[in-house]
Ligand binder design. Structure first.
Ligand code: BGC
Length: 375
């Protein structure tokens, strides 16, 4: 940048600051959200921007409890599934809005070998390990720190997972930071380090419904993926990277989620709908667009960017109407969808997949951005 453009940039930054304070000043709030069964108090943090975005996150599981975005008429609506009260989260739920770790998705047989040593993990999904085990990161109380700066509002959450937790080796220090900015982006930055070789695969498990209610079959989805990882009946990848072309998994052009979900297809049968990892075109490493979802009734748009090589697209097939959430809504089958940015499932047992191994001295880093708009 030359001098003149530096001055212009500085002036623009200053004006942006002014316009923000001239409008309703966004404020981060923190309020008590209840106590865990062990009596640990947890809080609810609300981050907002001047453009109508408001997200409430608790340091219990790092759960996104609510997320309000304007529709095309500017009307706010809550577009994530969840509960009003901590109590309901404590009773058990399918990972609504939570941080998932140490390993998002499945590890076959709840075991893996690293450097010649076999590690046995908790088996909490048939014979497999799912989303970090019996008490994963979604059920931990994280140490919070919140602040605002020129970029937006931040909530940092820290957790130390002890050596051997759920069967994983190494003390793992984890930091997850949520940032809400004025570009209507909710960014999630994940960091981790270890003192023994281990595996890590962190994600967020928000269930979105851009209409706020009803099923999600009319949402129009595009995914930047030419391949997906087909699975066996236990939803473990076979190891193949299968082209999406000519299959119900082709979302390279926008198509309604429900358009092909009932097709007679073995993969859809195994998942009872979509519950599959897509191999993102960007290949991971640098931030790239993974997906865009458009909801025609409200005009809401969600775009997902990530540094991860994969993304699990899950259509809430296992929701069965037994959970009643916010606003008294019944969470029936396919009333929410997840876009879980991640490394591929079962990578610790699939040497051909991008590695999820983290060694002492290395830093695990991952970034995902959820960007909201309406048209
Ligand atoms: C998995 C589903 C699972 C769900 C749990 C998703 O990430 O892919 O198979 O049922 O999480 O709620």
């Amino acid at each position: 940048m030359n001098r003149a453009s530096l001055i212009i940039a500085a002036l623009l930054a200053a004006t942006a600051g002014c316009s923000r304070s001239a409008k309703e000043e966004p404020k981060m709030t923190r309020e008590p959200f209840g106590k865990t069964a062990e009596g640990a108090p947890v809080d609810l943090f609300t981050l907002s921007n001047s453009r109508g975005l408001r997200v409430a996150i608790t340091n219990y599981g790092g759960i996104i409890v609510s997320l309000f975005t304007p529709d095309r008429e500017g009307r706010p609506g809550d577009i994530v599934l969840g509960f009003d009260r901590l109590e309901d989260y404590l009773k058990g739920h399918p990972y609504f809005g939570a941080i998932i770790g140490r390993y998002g998705n499945r590890i076959a047989g709840g075991r893996f070998v690293l450097d010649g040593v076999e590690y046995k993990l908790a088996r909490n999904n048939g014979e497999n390990h799912l989303h970090g085990g019996l008490v994963g990161f979604d059920k931990k109380v994280w140490r919070p720190r919140d602040w605002s700066d020129a970029e937006g509002e931040h909530l940092e959450l820290r957790y130390t997972s002890p050596d051997g937790e759920e069967g994983y080796p190494g003390n793992l220090q984890v930091t997850v930071t949520y940032t809400l900015n004025e570009q209507n982006q909710l960014r999630i930055d994940y960091f981790a380090s270890t003192d023994k070789p281990t595996v890590v695969n962190l994600t967020n498990h928000s269930y979105f419904n851009l209409a706020g209610e009803g099923d999600i079959l009319g949402h129009v989805l595009r995914i930047n993926a030419d391949h997906f990882t087909p699975v066996d009946a236990g939803l473990i990848p076979t190891g193949e990277l299968r082209p999406v072309k000519g299959t119900p998994f082709d979302f390279t052009e926008p198509v309604a989620i429900g358009a092909r979900i009932e097709q007679d297809d073995e993969q859809l049968r195994f998942g009872r709908g979509y519950d599959h990892n897509f191999v993102l075109r960007g290949g991971g490493g640098s931030l790239a667009e993974a997906a865009e979802v458009y909801e025609p009734k409200t005009g809401r748009v969600l775009r997902v960017f990530t540094t991860e090589p994969g993304m699990q697209f899950y259509t809430g097939n296992f929701l069965d109407g037994s959970l009643k959430g916010k606003y008294g809504r019944i969470y029936a089958r396919r009333t929410g969808f997840c876009l879980e940015t991640q490394h591929f499932p079962d990578s610790p047992n699939k040497p051909q997949f991008p590695s999820t191994v983290l060694r002492p001295g290395q830093t695990y880093r991952s970034t995902t951005i959820f960007e909201f708009s309406a048209r």
